[in-house]
Design a protein around this ligand. Structure first.
Ligand code: GDP
Ligand code: MG
Length: 217
């Protein structure tokens, strides 16, 4: 085996980037929401958050502000505020492009011709009432997830080596000690015992209690 081969074998596995994206089940497709959510889950997405909301025309205009001034803008706003929609924050690796692929082309006619298995081909009606929305870039995904879920944390999730480093540094040393003690004690409820042990032995807990030492009189 050459040095090059060995270097190849020692290479880290490729990094996988977990992304978030925003999906909307538009008003005309809400009646198929259960089926669509099943497809979402079966396609490897996690549903992080979900809301059913009836957008006001002002909210729909703000969401689609990039299309302001286009001929179809007023009718798009009227359509998106015509009934409840379901907004979903989805996560998986490369979520943004995977979700756009699953949703299919904007035009339902085109979707039916070129991507007959896409969600728009299955649940859309026409160019406007196309059933589903998907963020088109990392920047718009962040903005759109925040639009519907202002409290969500959109910092990247630690994955791969970063996650292993984080756990190795901040959790594993304490957890291993706790698990060792747990195996010695074998308590009736090991989970509660471990939880108590971790609280008691949390290295981030202040070591010194506030005590007042009286000055000698
Ligand atoms: P998307 O990213 O695939 O959703 O497509 P766009 O960002 O270009 O358009 C946003 C939404 O506006 C689409 O999903 C449709 O609901 C609607 N839309 C786009 N193009 C047209 C059009 O030519 N006519 C009408 N009536 N609606 C359109
Ligand atoms: Mg778009």
């Amino acid at each position: 085996m050459t040095g090059d081969d060995e270097a190849h074998l020692r290479m880290d596995p490729p990094q996988i980037y977990v992304e978030r994206t925003l999906a909307i089940i538009k008003p005309d497709a809400v009646k198929h929401a259960e089926e669509i959510e099943d497809i979402i889950l079966n396609s490897g997405f996690t549903i992080l958050q979900k809301r059913r909301v009836h957008l006001t025309p002002e909210q729909a205009s703000e969401f689609y502000v990039e299309h302001y001034g286009k001929l179809f803008f007023p009718s798009l706003v009227a359509y998106m505020s015509s009934g409840p929609v379901i907004a979903l924050a989805l996560a998986r690796e490369n979520a943004i492009s995977h979700w756009r692929m699953l949703v299919g082309p904007t035009s339902v006619t085109e979707a039916k011709e070129t991507h007959p298995d896409s969600l728009r081909a299955l649940y859309g009606t026409d160019q406007q009432r196309n059933g589903l929305h998907g963020s088109d870039s990392y920047t718009s995904a962040e903005w759109e997830v925040r639009f519907f879920f202002p409290d969500s944390i959109v910092e990247p999730i630690a994955v791969g080596q970063a996650a292993r480093d984080y756990l190795a540094r901040s959790v594993n040393p304490t957890l291993l000690k706790g698990l060792t003690q747990l195996c010695k004690k074998k308590p009736d409820d090991p989970v509660v015992w471990l939880a108590d042990w971790l609280l008691e032995n949390n290295p981030n807990k202040p070591r010194v209690k506030d005590t007042f030492v009286e000055e000698p009189k």
